[in-house]
Design a protein around this ligand. Structure first.
Ligand code: ATP
Length: 197
């Protein structure tokens, strides 16, 4: 049975915090693959200020070049309509492509997302469709999020890497360095395309 980690996010931009975390979960959970799924209209974020899908996708592709087990899936970017991308909908769609007999999914979510899981569409269903892997994020403690979902997920401790896309965008606006926060090719891509000014 193939074990695939599902890692959704805005990835605006993808950064080394994402990559280190994904590699770590892959290692600890013995995953064959981690599938990065950039979201089109994130349900809980302000869609207006998000970079164009092709930029986020290009940066993900550059970042994933270094790993044979990191895959990029643009399934959500291809979805049409005004409705935001609900993870449960994406998982059901992925199931049409990857049969339950052959592939087991591990949905990777950060502790910051676990706190808001009750606001997601059909959160209980996520646990039926996948194993939910919860990872720590600086500033969040599992004890603070003792909800029913925390108990149903698998907690995987990863090194605390205090990098966020928000901080990277802020640094660029302030003309500060983002070196070592994102892969070199992503850094070059951001400057070449004038992103986050
Ligand atoms: P933003 O700052 O724009 O909200 P972000 O850095 O949190 O972005 P997202 O694309 O929203 O990045 O994150 C996707 C997923 O990656 C989420 O589950 C989030 O918890 C996780 N994640 C992001 N940064 C880190 C990090 N430094 N360490 C561990 N997990 C992270």
């Amino acid at each position: 049975m193939k074990r695939i980690g599902i890692f959704g996010g805005t990835f605006d931009p993808i950064h080394n915090g994402h990559l280190i975390m994904a590699e770590n979960v892959k290692d600890q959970m013995h995953l064959d693959e981690v599938m990065f799924i950039p979201s089109r209209i994130p349900p809980l974020k302000d869609a207006e200020n998000i970079s164009a899908p092709e930029h986020r996708l290009n940066m993900l592709r550059l970042a994933a070049k270094g790993s044979s087990s990191f895959k990029i899936n643009d399934i959500e970017l291809k979805m049409t309509g005004d409705e935001p991308n609900y993870t449960v909908k994406t998982l059901l769609k992925l199931r049409e492509e990857f049969s339950a007999e052959q592939v087991k999914f591990y949905l990777i979510i950060g502790m910051d997302q676990l706190i808001n899981l009750h606001k997601w569409k059909d959160p209980g269903k996520l646990f039926l469709l996948t194993e939910v892997v919860i990872i720590n994020r600086p500033g969040y403690l599992i004890q603070q999020v003792e909800n029913e979902y925390a108990r149903r997920g698998i907690f995987v401790p990863v090194p605390n890497i205090d990098i966020s896309a928000t901080d990277i965008r802020f640094r660029i606006r302030e003309k500060r360095s983002i070196k070592y926060l994102v892969p070199e090719e992503v850094e070059e891509y951001i400057y070449k395309n004038n992103l986050y000014k």
